[in-house]
Ligand binder design. Structure first.
Ligand code: SF4
Length: 339
C-alpha cells in the first residue's frame, strides 16, 4: 500500500481521484471504480502497490507489439484492478477484482522486478500488462525509472483511459504503448466498457505526438462493434490523426466473461483486414487459425521482412537499422531492433 498520486481532497473527508477520466468521488473507507484505490481517512491509498498477480517472460509479439524488437522476450508483470469493466474481458479474473478479493497476490519490490527481468539475455525490458497498468501507476513509475537506469525498455499494454496530467508524467518513462481502441462510438464504450471513447482518442494523439512507439489493438466483437461503417470511420481516423504508418492489430473475439455472442466470423475478419489495408501500411490479424495477416511486409516493394508463425519469428528481412534489405525502405525504428 502507498499513498496514491493524483487526487484532491473533497468535502467531509472524501477525496476526488484524478488519475482517470472517471474522477471518482470517494468517501472514507470506500474504493473507486477500479477497486484498487481506497480512501483511508481522507488519504487516497493505492492498495495494489507492489502487489503482483502474474509475472512471465512473454514473446514481445504476445503484447501484441510487432514493430518493437521482433522475436525478443519481454518480462511481463501485472496486478489486479481496472478502470474499465469490459463485458468481453479476457483477463477478468484479475482485472475485475481488487486486492481484498484476489488471494494469490505476491509482494514484489520494484528492485526485485528489475532483477528478475535481467535473468534472461534475450529479454529487452519490462511490460506492464495483464490487468490495466494505469491503476498501478505509482508502482509502475518506480519500476520504469529503475528500468531506465538499467537500460531496460518499458512497455504499457493499456486501455488508454487516463487523465492528461498522469499521461504527461508517464510518457518520458515508457518506450512503447500497446493501446486498445475497443470501438469507435461513445455508445459502445459506455455500454460495453463502462467508460468513454473521447479521452482514449485524445490520449492516442498525445502518445503519437510524444514520440513513444505506438501500436493499436482492436478486438472485433460479434454484434457489438462489427459494423463496417464504424470500423471504416475508425480506420480513417487513425490514418488522419495518427498517420498511415500506425500499426493496427485486428483481433478475433471468442466468448468470455459476460459475452456469449459467437466468435467473430473469419469472413468479417478478412473484410475488416482489407478495409484497413487500403488506408494503413501495417495491419495485422490476431487470434485466427492461419498466419494470414501476421507477417510484416515492406510497404514499398512487398518483400516479407518479418515472418511469423504463432510466436516463431524470423526478422531476417530487416537490416540493423530497421530497413527493408531489398529496397532500403525504413520500416522499424532503429531504436527498437536488436543487433
Ligand atoms: S483510477 Fe480508479 S479511483 Fe481513480 S478515477 Fe479512475 S477508476 Fe476512479
Amino acid at each position: 500500500m502507498k499513498e496514491a498520486l493524483y487526487y484532491e481532497p473533497g468535502e467531509e473527508g472524501s477525496v476526488y481521484c484524478t488519475l482517470c477520466p472517471h474522477h471518482c468521488h470517494i468517501h472514507n473507507g470506500k474504493r473507486g471504480i477500479c477497486r484498487v484505490r481506497i480512501n483511508h481517512d481522507g488519504k487516497l491509498i493505492s492498495e495494489n502497490f507492489a502487489q503482483v498477480s502474474s509475472v512471465h517472460f512473454d514473446p514481445v509479439e504476445k503484447k501484441p507489439l510487432y514493430h518493437f524488437f521482433p522475436g525478443k522476450t519481454i518480462f511481463s508483470v501485472g496486478s489486479v484492478g481496472c478502470n474499465m469493466h469490459c463485458r468481453f474481458c479476457q483477463n477478468w479474473e484479475i482485472s475485475q477484482h481488487g486486492t481484498d478479493e484476489f488471494t494469490m497476490l505476491r509482494s514484489m519490490a520494484p528492485e526485485e522486478v528489475i532483477s528478475l527481468a535481467r535473468q534472461r539475455d534475450d529479454n529487452v525490458g519490462i511490460a506492464f500488462t495483464y490487468n490495466e497498468p494505469l491503476v498501478w501507476i505509482e508502482y509502475l513509475m518506480d519500476i520504469a525509472r529503475l528500468a531506465r537506469e538499467r537500460r531496460l525498455f518499458t512497455v504499457m499494454v493499456t486501455n488508454g483511459f487516463v487523465s492528461p496530467e498522469p499521461l504527461q508524467d508517464l510518457v518520458p518513462l515508457i518506450d512503447a504503448f500497446s493501446v486498445d481502441l475497443k470501438g469507435f462510438t461513445e455508445d459502445f464504450y459506455s455500454h460495453y466498457t463502462g467508460s468513454h471513447l473521447a479521452p482514449v482518442l485524445e490520449n492516442l494523439k498525445a502518445i503519437r505526438k510524444s514520440g513513444c512507439h505506438l501500436e493499436i489493438v482492436h478486438l472485433v466483437v460479434t454484434g457489438a462493434n462489427d459494423r463496417i461503417d464504424h470500423f471504416t470511420a475508425m480506420v480513417h481516423w487513425i490514418r488522419d490523426e495518427l498517420g498511415p504508418e500506425t500499426v493496427l492489430h485486428i483481433s478475433r473475439y471468442f466468448p468470455v466473461y459476460r459475452m456469449t455472442a459467437p466468435p467473430t466470423s473469419e469472413v468479417v475478419m478478412d473484410e475488416f483486414y482489407h478495409i484497413a489495408r487500403q488506408e494503413l501500411s501495417y495491419v495485422y490479424m490476431g487470434n485466427i487459425r492461419s498466419n494470414k495477416g501476421s507477417n510484416t511486409v515492406c510497404p514499398n516493394c512487398g518483400e516479407v521482412l518479418v515472418w511469423r508463425m504463432g510466436y516463431q519469428t524470423d526478422a531476417s528481412g530487416l537490416d540493423h537499422l530497421g530497413r527493408c534489405r531489398k529496397c532500403m525502405q525504413r520500416v522499424l525504428d532503429e531504436r527498437f531492433i536488436s543487433d
